[in-house]
Design a binder for this molecule. Structure first.
Ligand code: GDP
Length: 455
């Protein structure tokens, strides 16, 4: 396969304004040794060895996917934040501050067998000054003997203590019920597309690049060609075409087969037609004509695909016309003009001779796979932590922004949300995107990266 170019490129719609729906965030706070990690393990049902909850021990992960009673949320263990702060109380207060900035609900863990300490009080002061809902866990209530200890935690003044034993699992159901009922109301997530339907492909490109020739080649020449008189058939006609032993839905084939180029305003009409095809497609094949220099219009179609957030395959057609000379300049043009989509698979084809038709399906598959990729929150954060430790974000206005944790809010296309304490420069976000691609693939798919900074 093609070598990945290291050229910087825009993340395809990476912006700070788009509100991405993320799962609600529950942050677990509390001083070291109260059992935060054990409780996190208990909630996410992890069977791995419990990480010892002592100061200075760096954890490799901070955020996890969790659910209770069918309600999904991101569970954040704040234990690893700000370990350098001077003094225990200052450190946990700082963690609580970050938690209050990023979380929807705060799960405050106290050791019932020890009772209220200075550090617990420091956390309480921070939590009182925010308006985030707090659920109080009285941990280490392993048996009836400690029940009375739990009652003593009413004195913190942050509400009812829920007696739990992270070690044995006791009481965690009631605790989670309380967490769930404190979560903000959400809308039902939109239904994902059924998996068994044929993937939807938009074949796009400026006029005359060979779209209808390719379609005929793929569908078989004998197919009924939709009326070629413009305006007679207004409806989009999708065709199901079998390729590589599977079925694919080609979107708006009527639009491809009709001749636009004689019409006035054809360019505009073609652009509108392209975007409505993209709207309904999962993956787009952008067809280009190598017998001519790449045109601005070709680039614009590619950009339309990226902006629509669709998987992308670049198909260079009329390869049969290519001579050595043209080929040399073509490579230059591609490097220069299509560097922004260096992640997209390419196929060099000829609709006329049938050259490399068999390469289309693997390219479509690769792009769809990249487009559908989901990275579990725990894995993403383990990766991110290493990345940020090796290359921290640049200081801005005298402050070093911290990336507290990240989550993949969506796929199709993959969308990531970084929870930060400050603004991350475009360059740094592009760096993260580049590394995401290097380490996780996402071939053929745009990636969206947004930040969440709560004041
Ligand atoms: P569309 O406007 O994108 O649908 O393009 P058409 O399929 O109508 O093709 C435009 C012109 O390019 C026609 O004259 C085709 O015969 C020609 N053409 C299409 N594909 C190829 C190809 O692979 N090689 C060559 N040499 N000509 C092609």
């Amino acid at each position: 396969s093609r070598a990945r170019s290291g050229a910087p490129r825009d993340g395809g719609g990476a912006d700070d304004t788009g509100e991405v729906r993320v799962k609600p965030v529950v942050a677990v706070v509390g001083r070291p040794n109260v059992g935060k990690s054990s409780l996190v393990n208990r909630i996410i049902g992890r069977r791995e060895a419990v990480v010892e909850d002592v100061p200075g021990v760096t954890r490799d992960r901070v955020a996890y996917d969790a659910s209770w009673q069918g309600r999904e949320f991101t569970l954040v263990d704040t234990g690893g934040w700000e370990t350098g702060a001077a003094g225990l109380a200052a450190m946990v207060a700082r963690q609580a501050e970050y938690a209050a900035q990023t979380a929807d609900v705060i799960l405050f863990v106290v050791d019932a067998t020890v009772g209220i300490t200075d550090a617990d009080e420091a956390v309480t002061r921070v939590l009182r000054s925010t308006n985030r809902p707090v659920v109080l866990a009285a941990n280490k209530v392993d048996g009836g003997l400690q029940e009375a200890d739990a009652l003593g935690l009413w004195n913190l003044g942050v509400g009812e203590p829920f007696p739990v034993s992270a070690l044995h699992g006791r009481g965690s159901g009631d605790l989670l019920d309380a967490v769930i009922s404190a979560l903000p109301a959400t809308h039902e997530p939109e239904e994902e597309d059924a998996d068994d339907l044929p993937p939807r492909v938009a074949l796009v490109g400026r006029p005359n690049v060979g779209k209808s020739s390719l379609l005929n080649r793929l569908a078989g020449e004998d197919r009924v060609v939709v009326d070629s008189v413009a305006g007679t058939t207004r409806d989009a006609v999708d065709e199901i075409i079998e390729l590589g032993g599977r079925r694919w839905t080609f979107i708006d084939t009527a639009g491809i087969r009709r001749r636009f180029r004689a019409l006035q305003g054809a360019d505009y009409y073609a652009t509108v037609r392209t975007s409505s095809a993209l709207e309904r497609a999962e993956v787009a094949v952008v067809l280009m004509d190598v017998s001519e220099p790449l045109a601005e219009q070709d680039i614009r179609v590619v950009e339309q695909v990226v902006e629509a957030g669709r998987a992308l395959v670049l198909a260079f057609n009329k390869w049969d016309t290519l001579d050595e000379d043209r080929r040399y300049y073509l490579e230059k043009e591609i490097d220069r003009q299509l560097s922004r989509v260096a992640w997209a698979p390419r196929v060099n084809i000829s609709a006329k001779t049938g050259r490399h038709m068999e390469r289309l399906v693997p390219a479509l598959d690769a792009s769809l796979e990249g487009w559908n990729t989901r990275i579990p929150t725990g894995r993403l954060n383990g990766w991110l932590k290493e990345l940020v430790a090796a290359t921290p974000p640049p200081v801005r206005g005298g402050k070093q922004p911290k990336i507290l944790f990240a989550t993949q809010a969506d796929a199709r296309p993959p969308q990531f949300v970084l929870f930060t304490t400050g603004f991350l420069e475009d360059n740094y976000r592009r760096f993260i995107e580049r590394r995401l691609r290097e380490d996780f693939g996402f071939e053929g798919s745009p990636i969206k990266l947004t930040m969440r900074i709560r004041e």
